[in-house]
Structures are given as structure tokens and as C-alpha cells.
Write a protein that binds this ligand. Structure first.
Ligand code: PLP
Length: 405
């Protein structure tokens, strides 16, 4: 029998947040166990619903959404994206600088595939949302991780970042608000990163998918408001999180900065966008309504809002567990707690996640799945109800009270 093996292109590609721990959880569920899932930032299964206006508009447009669209996306949605950035003080994004995608995920991979040659380096944060590291590797590049500093609100360490730039560095990834840490970067940190990009001629990739999920009055700064005319900025955002419609796969890439100098690269992006025909068209029809209408996410993140209450409860309960500490999330849907290595000398955090799953039926994601450098963190999502979070974090505490790694 012929043996079929995966491509060597995949040898360095890791995406462990949907790896063996999740597979084990699925197996246990199929055997009838009830698993409390704190592993994936997908609002719908936790009882969050899309705003009605979006659903109504998508349904109304379904009959006209049967064919392919322009490969960049439908004009009205791209115009809505342009206007949205104008309201944020960014005036250099034109309608042809916007590409709609099947979620941000597709556009992240596409934009790196179009850029990188073998061995080109891209600076990616550690911890990161692992699609970034995986996509750099898949595109033949080399992800180089710069440190985000837990002691300093998980903000990027600019010295570490500067030290990792080499003649092969092509780009710099900013994930803000951050998954998995919940950090939101102040303007001076973004300006520091952009200065380095300017000095070394790097492209900035700014993943802003959580830009509207902010707590405690935290202000968000779009990177493109700082990059100006002389740094190429690829801004990624979409409807999955703030509008709770991950399943409709609706995201965009908006390009700003010196586009003439990047004409060849942008032609490459256009080629790949053409090859995949277009993004899911019904999902594109949600964009104009979402950006223009009432921003119902506000009701969830302000004091008394469900997301905010859940975040506060999980933060308090985690910090009450001996040997566990966690920074409060200023944005997004996650907490990234630390397990004191003196108390829990964990060698494999994947095994830790599996042990927790087996013993307590709680599913979390281990920290090294986010390319974190040590096996001493894990991530949980703050989407489950207060009751479920209370039970889950309580059981994590119980598990740790007797855990011998
Ligand atoms: N970027 C970050 C930081 C994310 O956390 C996620 C999903 O969790 C994505 C991108 C992917 O989003 P989409 O659903 O638009 O593909």
C-alpha cells in the first residue's frame, strides 16, 4: 500500500489549542462525561447571541448572496470598513485597500504567504495567538518571539523586541487587545513598536479583533493611527468576537501606509485573494449593519454587564488559589494565570491540562500552546456563566490542592 505523509511544509506548524487535549475532551464527551469547557473564545455556545439587526439583515440579503462577490469583497461592506477607520482618525485607507475574508484567520495566513521567502523572519509575541506563529512557519518564514512582560501588565518588552531584529526581519506582529493575556497596550508602547518598525523598514501586522471588548474604561489605540504615511500597516479585525458571530466567518484586512512602495507585495495579496474567489458572501452582508448600528457589546462589558462580571469573578477566584496569580484582563475574553513553579514544578503543561481534564472534567488550554516559553501558565476563557465559572475555578482549586506534577 502506498503510504501518504503530510507535507514537510507542516513540520514546524503547531496549533495546539485544538490539539490532543481537546481530542481527549471530545472522546470523554462521547463517553457521556459532562466537560466544562473553558478553552475556546467562541461566544455562541455560552448563550451569547448576535445582535438582531445583523441576523435580520443577513437573512434579508440571503437571496442576493448566492453568487461569488468581487474577490476583495462587496463594495458596501468595504466602504463601511473605510468609514469606520475614518471615525477612528485614520484617513488613508481606501475602499480598494480593504479585503474581506473568511474570518481574520484566512487573511492572516494569506498576507504572510504573499510576503515571506524561506528563512524570512517575523517578530511574533510570546505568548501569542498561535495562528500567527503557525502561519509564519507555513509560509516558510521563521517566527521569532519577542517577550511580553507579565510584571509590566503583559506589555511588549521593547528592549527584547529591538534585540531580536535582524537583517532578515520582514514584519512585526502586534496582538492588541491581546489573546491570551487580556492586555491592552497604551499609545506609548505601540509608538515604541512602530518606531522600531520605521527604523528597520518592517511591515506591522496589527491584529485588533478584540478592539471593542475593553473593560474598566480602558482606551484602545488603533496601530494605524500611529503608523502614519511611512510604515506599512496591515490591520486585521472582524465580527467574530464583538458581534458574537464566529460561525459566519466575517473579517477584514485594511492596508494603510506607503502602498506605492509595497505595490509588488500587494499584488501578491491580490493574487491569493483572487485564487480563493471571495469570502463567504452572507457574512460580508453583516459588516455594514454591524459597524453602523448600536454597539451592543457595550451592554456586556460595562459594570453589571455579563462579560465584565464573569471576568471579575474568575480573576478573584483564581487569585485566591494558593500558588496561582493572574493579571486582570483589560480587554478580550481570556485570563492567563501563572502557576508558581516552586509550588507546582510542572514539566509538561499539556500533561497538566490532561490531568485536570481527567480528574475534574475541566478543559483549559495550556500556556505553551500559545508559544509561551515556560510550562507555568494556562488560559481560560471568561465566556461561561458565573455559575459555570464558579464551579470550574472552584474545581481547578480543588485539583491543585493535591496536585503532584
Ligand atoms: N486573532 C485573534 C487574536 C484571535 O483570538 C482569533 C480567534 O480566536 C482570531 C484572530 C481569528 O478570528 P476569526 O474568527 O476572525 O478568524
Amino acid at each position: 500500500m502506498a503510504e501518504f505523509k503530510q507535507s514537510t511544509k507542516l513540520h514546524n506548524v503547531l496549533y495546539d489549542i485544538r490539539g490532543p487535549v481537546l481530542e481527549q475532551a471530545q472522546k470523554m464527551e462521547s463517553e457521556g462525561h459532562r466537560i466544562l469547557k473553558l478553552n475556546i473564545g467562541n461566544p455562541a455556545p455560552f448563550g451569547f447571541e448576535a445582535p438582531d439587526a445583523i441576523l435580520v439583515d443577513m437573512i434579508r440579503h440571503l437571496p442576493h448572496a448566492q453568487g461569488y462577490s468581487d474577490s476583495r469583497g462587496i463594495f458596501s461592506a468595504r466602504t463601511a470598513v473605510v468609514q469606520y477607520y475614518q471615525t477612528r482618525g485614520i484617513h488613508t485607507i481606501h475602499v480598494d485597500d480593504v479585503y474581506l475574508g473568511n474570518g481574520v484567520s484566512e487573511l492572516i495566513t494569506l498576507s504572510l504567504m504573499a510576503l515571506l521567502d524561506t528563512g524570512d523572519e517575523v517578530l511574533v509575541p510570546t505568548p501569542d495567538y498561535p495562528l500567527w506563529t503557525a502561519s509564519v512557519s507555513l509560509a516558510g518564514g521563521r517566527p521569532v518571539h519577542y517577550l511580553c512582560d507579565e510584571e509590566n501588565e503583559w506589555w511588549p518588552d521593547l528592549e527584547d523586541l529591538a534585540a531580536k531584529i535582524t537583517p532578515r526581519t520582514k514584519g512585526l506582529v502586534i496582538i492588541n487587545p491581546n489573546n491570551p493575556t487580556g492586555a491592552v497596550y497604551p499609545p506609548h508602547i505601540i509608538a515604541g513598536m512602530v518606531d522600531l518598525a520605521r527604523k528597520h523598514g518592517l511591515i506591522v501586522f496589527s491584529d485588533e479583533i478584540y478592539e471593542k471588548i475593553l473593560y474598566d474604561g480602558t482606551e484602545f489605540t488603533n496601530t494605524a493611527a500611529i503608523t502614519g504615511d511611512d510604515v506599512l500597516c496591515m490591520t486585521f479585525s472582524g465580527l467574530s468576537k464583538a458581534y458574537r458571530i464566529c460561525g459566519y466567518r466575517s473579517g477584514w484586512l485594511a492596508i494603510s501606509g506607503p502602498k506605492a512602495a509595497a505595490a509588488d507585495y500587494l499584488e501578491g495579496i491580490n493574487l491569493l485573494a483572487n485564487m480563493r474567489m471571495c469570502a463567504n458572501v452572507p457574512g460580508q452582508h453583516a459588516i455594514q449593519t454591524a459597524l453602523g448600528g448600536h454597539q451592543s457589546i457595550e451592554d456586556l462589558i460595562l459594570p453589571g454587564g455579563r462579560l465584565r462580571e464573569q471576568r471579575d469573578l474568575a480573576y478573584r477566584m483564581l487569585n485566591d488559589i494558593p500558588g496561582v496569580s493572574v493579571n486582570q484582563a483589560k480587554g478580550a475574553l481570556y485570563l492567563f494565570p501563572r502557576l508558581d513553579p516552586e509550588i507546582y514544578p510542572i514539566k509538561s503543561d499539556e500533561k497538566f491540562a490532561l490531568d485536570l481534564l481527567q480528574q475534574q472534567k475541566i478543559l483549559i488550554s495550556h500556556g505553551t500552546a500559545f508559544n509561551w516559553i515556560r510550562p507555568d501558565h494556562f488560559r481560560l476563557v471568561t465566556l461561561p456563566s458565573v455559575l459555570d465559572l464558579e464551579e470550574a475555578v472552584g474545581r481547578i482549586g480543588e485539583f491543585l490542592s493535591t496536585y503532584k506534577p
